[in-house]
Design a protein around this ligand. Sequence first.
Ligand code: ARG
Length: 440
Amino acid sequence: MPATTTPADFVAWFRSVAPYINAFRGKTFVIAFGGEVVADGKFVELTHDFNLLAALGFRLVLVHGARPQIEQHLAKNNLGDTYHQGIRMTDEETMQCVKEAVGRVRVEIEALLSMGLANSPMANADIRVAGGNFITAQPIGIINGVDLLHTGSVRKVDVAALNDRMDFGEVVLLSPLGYSPTGEVFNVTLEDIATATAIALDADKLVFLMDTDGVHDKKGKLLKELTIAGAQEVLSGKRKLPDDVSMYLPCAVRACEAGVARTHLISRHTDGAVLQELFSDEGIGTMVVESTLNTLRAATIEDVGGILHLLRPLEAAGILVRRNRELLEREIERFVVLEHDHRIVGCAALYPFPDEAAAELACLAVDAQCRDRGYGQIILDHMAGVAKTQGLKKLFVLTTRTAHWFIERGFSEADVSALPAQKKSLYNWQRKSKVFVRKI
Ligand code: ARG
């Protein structure tokens, strides 16, 4: 335990990880990283993280690249890089360099994955690395009159063989090469290998470790979550994207469209990025998913515990009036809950007063860890819509502490006398809540 962590923090943190361990055990993850990670001497830390994932029973396929090593070999042999439309052309001599460079990187990775030093995170580690002819490739062929020769793309992935290895508890390490039925070797990009493998295995996750820390919006803000449509919008925009985003984001879309549940683009420069992404709710990079993970739905009796969990801290702080469990159970059909990734992160209740054509929005609460994600707005918009379909004209709230939030959203202060008669009679004069109203 680090000296800065209290035992209580440590225990709370460790417990918070349990849902992910349960959710991910036995699931297949394809994790891809460029040869830069090895060249920069950063692979040791990454090894520690892979070791942990393997120890937790995740099925791992690692895919490595070798671009800087190939470039080094080419330079040593006085051979230039020939790129055609961003794709390396691999002639006979280049292929020799590719084989040598890939072989060296692979050996280094295998060596590091074999470490087991006492007093290191690898103590007692027992990672068995599997390799083999799992990838069948085909030549990319001739593009605009240029024959790319030994540059290939994935044609087939030997799913049964990969699963056999993982069933035995082995970690599969794939190199950026593929073989053909005629015995040829092809130079294939790591992203093609990783994406095709994730799709073929129907993997639960595909992770790319890259130079930037994820995909950013126009203003430079990190986009933590992108749907396929959102990712396509980024890709078709006019803005020049960083090279790694242009390279990996289309792969994320391709994987996601083919059924890989989640693709994560994270920084290779942040120590423990894989752990931070996998074992926290908000992650550290960009996650590409098929469609949004937020669902807003009517609450059911099973949600009472989750709602109470949200309300209690706000009640304790005096922001909301305390409600007991029985009351909540009785009024549960008035509530909606907002879920993110199957976890309740927000709620609110709507109490209509049809005689006055008004509705009260009550108990609007968002999990403190999920602030600034626009969840409150989503719930407010939804509730306003519901009230409108019921033919109501006004939405009001009673609040002691969050007036500005409502004012910013078009509410204005009103007198207690403006409340529906029934509500007025229940008004708690000691609490001195302010009344805010908005037309809907
Ligand atoms: N830990 C969860 C997962 O691995 C959620 C990660 C969310 N990451 C993000 N960049 N939004 O599936």
